[in-house]
Design a protein around this ligand. Structure first.
Ligand SMILES: [Fe+2]
Length: 156
């Protein structure tokens, strides 16, 4: 019969994962928020809601890019001691400007749409709503008149 081992093993502690720097955690959280906002924006069919989301996106992007370009941002996370990465980092920072310009352009065009043609169409739709409600009331009045007065009068 095999004997159970009586030899005790020292408690195994899992190796500690390197602590993620706070700046990296913040950037990751902002990437998550940006992803959620972009997902919602890309599926939005309402111009007014799209404008709200695009404005929120522009604000978050400005804040996020400022964090990434700060002294404790991406420079500190990837640039330190790795000069060969700096050109790539610089290219990403330049792309920040391009993205902000593209978002600003979309925001301006969407605002022009919302305040211009979309506002005019909404006004027309409200007027159509009022016209059709009045139209149906007029029809009801005509039917009532025909039923209670003309037909009723004839049958009496
Ligand atoms: Fe980023």
């Amino acid at each position: 019969m095999a004997r159970a081992s009586t030899r005790s093993t020292p408690a195994q502690t899992p190796p500690q994962a390197p602590k993620t720097p706070a700046a990296r955690q913040r950037i990751d959280e902002e990437h998550r928020q940006l992803g959620d906002l972009l997902h919602a924006l890309a599926r939005c069919h309402d111009p007014e809601r799209a404008l709200e989301r695009l404005t929120a996106l522009a604000s978050l992007l400005r804040e996020h890019f400022a964090h990434e370009e700060a002294a404790d941002g991406l420079h500190a996370l990837v640039g330190e001691g790795a000069a060969h990465r700096l050109p790539n980092l610089q290219r990403l920072f330049e792309e920040h400007r391009e993205v902000l310009a593209a978002v600003a352009s979309m925001e301006e065009r969407l605002r022009n749409l919302v305040d211009g043609p979309w506002a005019a169409l909404r006004e027309e739709m409200r007027a159509l709503d009022a016209t059709l409600r009045r139209h149906e009331r007029d029809e009801d009045a005509l039917f009532s008149e025909a039923f209670y007065i003309d037909i009723g009068g004839r049958s009496s």
